[in-house]
Design a protein around this ligand. Structure first.
Ligand code: UT7
Length: 330
C-alpha cells in the first residue's frame, strides 16, 4: 500500500516573558510606530536568563507528543533546526533534547538552514520515513535568537523573538493526506546577507575579541533579503501547487515564514491572492527563524483554522540564502 507522511500533531514552546515595542523603545532609538509600520511586529517572547534553545524545544516537543498520543520512546528520529544552538558546534542541541525528553530510541541531529530550517527538516524526515530509515520523527524548529542579537543595533534586534515549534511526523496509509510535496533551494551567492560573522572558523575568537566588540551576533542586509523573499515566496508556492496538479485557488492557507508583514503583503499582491489567506502571527511572535513556521501552524491550529483535509502551503526563506516550501493536506 502507498504510504504517505503526515504531521500528526504540532506543539509550541514559548518563553513566558513578552516584550512590547514600547518596552524596547525605552532603551533603543526606535518606536512602536516604526516597528509596526515597517514590519508588522508588535511583541516578541524573550527567553529568561538560563533558558536555552533545548528547553524551548523540549517544551514544544512534549506538547506535540502529547497531542499526537505518542511517547518519547515511540520516536526514532529527532531533527532539530536551529541557528542559535545551546552549544556552538558540539554537541548537537538535538542530543540534549533527546536526553531531556528521554527519547532513548531516537537518532538526533541538528540541521542548520536558518528560517527555512523547519521546511528542510520536514523534507529530511519525510524522505527518511519513506525510505524506511526511520519510523516516526520529531521535527523541531527552536531558537533563542536573543542571545545572538546585538541589542544596540536597531536594524536587527527589534525583528527577532525566541520560541520553538515541533511536529510529530508519522507514516500513514492515507495516500492523499499529509506532506504531498516539498521544495528546497539555495542561493549561496547571498551568504553574507544574513550572517553571524564572529566566532566560527572564518573569524575565530581570540583574546580581546569581546573588547573589540567582535560579538557573535546577527548582521543583516535587510533590503537584499526583502527583495529575495518577495521573489522566492511566490515562486515556491506556485511551484508546489503546479507540481501537484493543483492551483492557488485550492489552497486554504499559505503559512509563510513570519519575517515581515510587508514581505507577505508584496507576495500576496504579486500572486493576486487576498492577504487574508496568508496566516500571520508575527504581530505577537516576531521573527523566530526556524521556529516561525511550526509556531504559526500551532497558533493557526489553536485558533481553529486547520481542519483535516485542508490544503495548506508552508514556505520559508532566510540566511544562506535558503528557501523552500511544502504542500500539506492537513
Ligand atoms: O528571517 C529572514 C530575515 N530577515 C528578513 O526577512 C528581513 C527582510 N528585510 C526587512 O524586513 C526590512 O528591510 C527591514 C525591516 C529590516 C528594514 O526595513 P526598511 O524599510 O528596509 O528600512 P531601512 O533599512 O531602509 O531603514 C529606513 C530607516 C533608516 O534611517 P535613515 O537611514 O533613513 O535615516 C534606518 O536607520 O529606518 C531606520 N531604522 C529604524 N528606525 C527606527 C532602522 N531600524 C529602525 C528601528 N527603529 N528599529
Amino acid at each position: 500500500m502507498t504510504k504517505s507522511v503526515i504531521i500528526r500533531a504540532v506543539g509550541a514552546g514559548l518563553p513566558e516573558r513578552r516584550v512590547s515595542n514600547d518596552e524596547l523603545s525605552k532603551t533603543l532609538d526606535t518606536s512602536d510606530e516604526w516597528i509596526r509600520s515597517h514590519t508588522g511586529i508588535g511583541w516578541r517572547h524573550l527567553a529568561a536568563d538560563g533558558e536555552t534553545t533545548s528547553d524551548l524545544a523540549v517544551r514544544a516537543a512534549r506538547q506535540a507528543l502529547e497531542r499526537a498520543g505518542v511517547t518519547p520512546a515511540d520516536i526514532d528520529l529527532i531533527v532539530l533546526a536551529t541557528t542559535s544552538p545551546d552549544y556552538f558546534g558540539c554537541p548537537p542541541t538535538a542530543c540534549i533534547v533527546q536526553h531531556k525528553l528521554g527519547a532513548t530510541q531516537a537518532a538526533a541531529f541538528d540541521l542548520v538552514a536558518a528560517c527555512s530550517g523547519f521546511i528542510y527538516g520536514l523534507t529530511v524526515a519525510k524522505s527518511m520515513l519513506l525510505a524506511g530509515t526511520a519510523r516516526r520523527a520529531l521535527v523541531i524548529g527552536a531558537e533563542v535568537l536573543s542571545r545572538v542579537t546585538d541589542w544596540t543595533d536597531r536594524n536587527t534586534c527589534v525583528l527577532f523573538g525566541d520560541g520553538a515549534g515541533a511536529a510529530v511526523v508519522d507514516l500513514s496509509d492515507t495516500p492523499d493526506q499529509g506532506i504531498l510535496n516539498t521544495r528546497m533551494g539555495t542561493d549561496g551567492s547571498g551568504w553574507e546577507y544574513i550572517v553571524i560573522r564572529n566566532g566560527g572558523a572564518a573569524h575565530p575568537y581570540t583574546r580581546g575579541s569581546l573588547a573589540q566588540r567582535k560579538l557573535p551576533v546577527i548582521e543583516m542586509n535587510g533590503k537584499k533579503v526583502f527583495v529575495f523573499a518577495v521573489r522566492t515566496l511566490p515562486e515556491v508556492v506556485r511551484g508546489l501547487v503546479a507540481e501537484a496538479g493543483l492551483t492557488l485557488d485550492d489552497l486554504k492557507w499559505i503559512v509563510p515564514h513570519q519575517a515581515n508583514a510587508r514581505i507577505i503583503q508584496a507576495a500576496a499582491d504579486q500572486m493576486k491572492i487576498p492577504e487574508s489567506r496568508f496566516y500571520m502571527n508575527l504581530e505577537q511572535r516576531a521573527n523566530t527563524s526556524s521556529a516561525s513556521i511550526p509556531l504559526a501552524l500551532c497558533d493557526l491550529d489553536a485558533a481553529g483554522g486547520l481542519k483535516r483535509g485542508d490544503l495548506i502551503a508552508i514556505v520559508g526563506f532566510g540566511s544562506g540564502l535558503t528557501y523552500g516550501g511544502a504542500l500539506i493536506r492537513w
